[in-house]
Design a binder for this molecule. Sequence first.
Ligand SMILES: Nc1ncnc2c1ncn2[C@@H]1O[C@H](COP(=O)(O)OP(=O)(O)OP(=O)(O)O)[C@@H](O)[C@H]1O
Length: 584
Amino acid sequence: MQTTATESPQAALKGTKRLFISLGLFSLFVNVLMLTGPLYMLQVYDRVLSSRSTATLVSLTLLIAGLYIIMGVLDYARGRIAARVGALIQTRLDPKVFEAGLNRALVSGERGRPWSGLRDLEAVQRFMASPVLFALFDIPWTPIFLFAIFTFHPYLGWLAVAGGIVLVGISLANQQMTKRSTSEATATAMVSDSFAETVRQQAEVVQGLGMQGAVLTRWQKNRNRALHANLVSADVVNQFSTMSKTLRFFLQSAMLGLGAWVVLRGEMSPGSMIAGSVLLGRALAPIEQLIGGWALVTRARQGWTSLETQLAKSPTAKKHLQLPVPKPRVELVGVTVVPPEQQRPSLRAVSLKLAPGQALGVIGPSASGKSTLARTLAGIWKPVQGSVRLDGADIEHYGSDLGGYIGYLPQDIALFDGTVAENIARLSVAPDPQKVVEAAKKAGAHEMILKLPDGYDTQLLVGGARLSGGQRQRIALARAMYNNPALVVLDEPNSNLDGEGGEALMHAIRAIKADGRIVVIMAHRPAAISECDLLLVLHEGVVQAFGPRDEVLREQVRNHATIALRPQDGGAQAAAPKAEAVNQ
Ligand SMILES: Nc1ncnc2c1ncn2[C@@H]1O[C@H](COP(=O)(O)OP(=O)(O)OP(=O)(O)O)[C@@H](O)[C@H]1O
């Protein structure tokens, strides 16, 4: 059976039909073999006891022992098959669900929201591996067992049918009453878990600002709601489970009682009386099992539906013809960008061209669109209008290869669980040591990394070294430089750097330029643009100026001086000559 990744839950079921048919066949044999118990009793009571033949008893017992062994093997086999179908579905859907989680996180508004994808999938897998699934396969046999009871005596048959109807009623009521509490328990547990995770990640802020009490109260609110919903659901399930169990016990005794009465009337043998009672137990067992495991069924069903919606919403990466490795030429043509889930563009009609070996500095006040431009250049946000071109091709046409051609250093740096080398190599399975060291050297981080406890093999995050903000930023810079990307985008690269780190950054920018590649630096601090040839000034998402750095700076200073010197009631003209003078 292929384990290739699929795009939807339905597609994940492809090819499993045969496995489900074999589950049905195994269940058929298991259920047929279940008849051996009642048949054995029938024989023992009606034949052995009356004939007093020990030989018949021994041979019957040996026969039934063999049949029970076969039944056990078949039951075990169907359990294995079902668990593997569950695992197969999970393996097939895992990549798509994981990707859907990533896509969802890219939509800013969704980033902090709890996401249930992987848990939904696990719920489906758990259900497939549970005996509750077999209750569904066994239920079709209930009418057959009931029919067998009818063959003993219609009275017994009717009693069994009545009992069955009451149990089905109980199971439907159970289903109805646990639906709401189960989904509430799932949703609130997710919210509280996700809050706990955020708090754990921000433990230092929580400690530093004395927020422990407040976060605990907030977390407990949802936690308790989940607990309450779980309790309600467990109580209901327990209540119905007990009802059904008691009813079944009673029915089995009632069956014996009714059977005895029928035997006394001479209308049935004593063996049928016992066999009828056992058959009744078998007929009702799947219903009882379903009632007990209903929470699992509901959760799996919710998970399946939720996966269908989530995966349908998550865009599928288009297949692209693989383009050649791009040369470092970048062009923005009328690029307008609206951040995800926002209405207003944060970048409007930006056009510019960058040639190999050029460094562009982007400046502007807070919220002027610098990070938006960085994300757009890195292909994270797509323009609603215009296009970003790398070596003449729209960056979208590079598909998933794009990341390899671009180096991106975001404002919020995240390193991953792994060694320094693995982090620099962007978590590739087999990092190329030469390329790792080359990137670190170009980023001016090599010496700093060598001083770490295990150098490039220093473990980061889980159980590993705690790095300073500057060290993290320098490793992230090396990661952006890995494999010599045609375009390197640095969003506030010097926010955490000291003098040495700042010098390393300048070294990195010079290295990119010397290689004839392109670097774009979003900057707040003037030091970061000292190596830039070009400067772009953004204001409220609009280009205010673009051109050679010194020209743009001069223009900016002139404008600034013009505004600063402009009399409140006068015009710019009056101050202009003075501004000129300022520039000279
Ligand atoms: N993740 C996001 N989701 C939605 N809107 C965003 C997001 N990031 C930024 N914006 C919006 O885009 C606009 C431009 O923000 P951007 O981060 O690009 O500015 P910036 O110039 O980088 O600011 P700063 O210098 O403070 O980092 C802002 O109005 C902001 O509300």
